[in-house]
Design a protein around this ligand. Structure first.
Ligand code: PLP
Length: 438
């Protein structure tokens, strides 16, 4: 019997190795990693350059507490990230993953307003269709009902507005632009309802990952959101933990929306799974207020700026740049979109195929015309996952959420090094798994 608490670990295959886009279990069975776990393994598995960077770092300095020392990989990684960051972002705070990055962002945003003499600002606004992590602060701003339900009494009060979800919510008589404006204006209405002087920030994923399956906003939506935030002095906090670091074909997903946040979180593709690492990036405006006030962000964890994690992430980020992998994401992203369209475009139960770059989602529906989802009790997503694993394919299916209106979906986030042949294998295996699940 397994003594590990992680979900059903006793019944799962034992992963023992990996190379390129494949993971290998203890029986020697190979799995095409079409989801990078949960959009993590952007360089695939066993990349020799990253392995060498980690080995060299551990041999020289594995860890030194950042309350006593800085370290070279952390400094170099921060320089690299800021050189390519959205306009205005100036400082990086390294943590161990996405939830920690969200926690840091929430606290930094609150501290900013305390420092500038607006301590009455206490509200966060987020979207119903969102996930920002599983620690209490991050869970509070997230919109995933089943994750939140039993912990609700412990969560800071957050106010949720509609996501930008054109497939389900755009009216037939409405242009994409008009829809984007209508749904973004929910933010303004919520700010006015709460009182603009009480709102700290609005937090959103530029492309919604786990709770929606690569759901992109309509053009103009985020520009309007940025305008509304600016009008009321509300901070825009963008969560690029899943969609960032090249996944959508640009380094940051927000680049394609033409907006820059005040605070941004990154994680999964930062270290590509070679080490646990995440980061919060903050604007010069926010940092200047803290420097002019108390002088320090009042936060901290033992593993901030962990030297080995930073060395791994530095090697991952250098590889992405030097091997021009963003070009690869765009080219293979087109191949993937085409393969999915060919395999699922006319499928009776695939309502929507969406996403950007190597970040794609399929939404399953019982009826394409009415967009009615399957009964959640069928646990279609779990069946797809099992059928896919049986065929040697890792994908990331999730159950429907949002008032029972949204269908189950499958998220795909393969490594940036995936080949056209592997994309063919992905589409074939996924097609067979989806069909076998009904
Ligand atoms: N934010 C987003 C958008 C995520 O997708 C996730 C994880 O899936 C998180 C935050 C939390 O990251 P972690 O699981 O590394 O704590």
């Amino acid at each position: 019997m397994s003594h590990v608490l992680q979900r059903s670990s006793a019944s799962l295959p034992v992963a023992v190795g990996g190379d390129g886009c494949y993971l290998v279990d203890a029986t020697g069975k190979r799995y095409l990693d079409a989801s990078g776990g949960a959009a993590v393994s952007c360089l695939g598995h066993g990349h020799p350059r990253i392995v060498a960077a980690i080995q060299a770092q551990v041999a020289s300095l594995a860890y030194a507490h950042t309350g006593f020392f800085t370290n070279e990989p952390m400094e170099r990684l921060a320089d690299l990230l800021i050189a390519d960051a959205p306009a205005g972002l100036d400082k990086v705070y390294f943590v161990s993953g996405g939830s920690e990055a969200s926690e840091a962002a929430l606290k930094l945003a609150r501290q900013y307003f305390v420092e500038i003499g607006e301590p009455q600002r206490r509200h966060f606004i987020a979207r119903r269709q969102s996930y920002h992590g599983n620690t209490l602060g991050a869970l509070a701003v997230g919109g995933n009902e089943w994750r939140r339900r039993q912990f609700a009494p412990l969560l800071i009060e957050t106010h949720h507005i509609a996501p930008c979800y054109a497939y389900r919510d755009r009216r037939d008589d409405e242009s994409e632009e008009a829809y984007g404006r209508r749904v973004a204006d929910e933010l303004e209405a919520k700010i006015l309802e709460l009182g603009p002087e009480t709102v700290i920030g609005f937090i959103a994923e530029p492309v919604v990952g786990a709770t929606a399956g690569a759901l992109t906003a309509v053009p103009g939506y985020f520009k309007r959101i940025r305008e509304i935030c600016d009008r009321y002095g509300v901070l825009l906090i963008l969560d690029e933990v899943m969609c960032g670091m090249g996944r959508t074909g640009t380094l940051h997903a927000s680049e394609q929306e033409g907006v820059a946040p005040d605070i941004m979180m990154i994680a999964k593709g930062l270290g590509g799974g070679y080490q646990p690492i995440g980061a919060m990036l903050a604007s010069a405006k926010v940092i200047a207020a803290i420097e002019a006030g108390s002088g320090a962000f009042q936060h901290g964890h033992t593993y901030l700026g962990h030297a080995t994690a930073c060395a791994a992430a530095l090697a991952v980020q250098q590889t992405i740049r030097e091997e021009r992998l963003l070009d690869a994401v765009r080219a293979r992203g087109q191949d993937l979109a085409q393969a999915l369209d060919e395999r699922f475009g006319n499928h009776a139960h695939i309502g929507d195929i969406r996403g950007r770059g190597l970040f794609m989602g399929l939404e399953l529906v019982e009826d394409r015309a009415t967009k009615r989802p399957f009964d959640p009790a069928l646990k279609l997503h779990a069946r797809i996952k099992a059928e896919a694993m049986a065929r040697g394919l890792m994908c990331y299916p999730m159950g429907g959420t949002i008032d029972g209106r949204q269908g189950d979906h499958v998220l795909l986030a393969p490594p940036y090094i995936i080949t056209p042949e592997e994309i063919g294998e992905l589409a074939d295996k996924l097609g067979a798994a989806v069909d076998a699940a009904f």
